[in-house]
Ligand binder design. Sequence first.
Ligand code: SAH
Length: 249
Amino acid sequence: MSGSLVVVGTGPGKAELMTPATLAALARATDLVGYGPYLDRIPATRPDQRRHASDNRVELARARYALSLAAAGREVVVVSGGDPGVFAMAAAVFEAVETGDPGWRALDIRVEPGVTAMLAAAAEVGAPLGGDFCALSLSDNLKAWTTIERRLRAAAEADFVIALYNPASKARPHQLAQAFELLRRIKAGETPVLFVRAAGTAEAKVIMTTLAVAEAAQADMRTLVIVGASTTRRIGRWVYTPRSEGTAS
Ligand code: SAH
């Protein structure tokens, strides 16, 4: 008998931003697998449910473990923060399926969408993602810094609004500063830059500034950085990007 594996996201933090479909999957699960702090966000459902907390950096090993539990007949839920498909566990699960036991391909594997940090951050400040936008992770754990620079340059030249995930860590303090340097060579100094920390939680904190004076030190691992397009503008305490290319009149 084989079980199932559902990959879910807890949303950005606030309980109301976890979807009902995710809550239903969590209530059915016999086993929860995920990074400890994300598992801590989940209310206890059934007393017989097992929780397998792990370190944040062992994603592939965690995915393989979850698949082996499902293959043994358990109803497994793998827990990510935000949306599980955005820089998170869903891709790790499919990578494990691709490279692992061929029997895993027959398992009942599903992904539930969640509210990703970028959407919660945008909602805190208005509608900065109202026009075309793109998302990049600044983490170079899994890709070269030269790749990140090439994509940043292309995004700036195409005038996308840019959402930056993983803007900073103790191991990589200089990267966001380098990213701002690169963007300043292409985009106007007055381009709005937003630092949204703990978006979608009671502790949400927003810094609105411009590319000319944005300081990398204002971001940490719980911050999402949004760099505007040429049309992105501030109106009072809000920032938005109009849906049309032309300027409002
Ligand atoms: N799967 C997650 C993203 C994982 S990458 C999602 O969909 O949101 C981790 C990065 O997400 C962090 O470094 C930070 O840039 C961003 N992030 C996650 N939660 C956040 C929050 N509540 N507020 C602001 N940024 C957040």
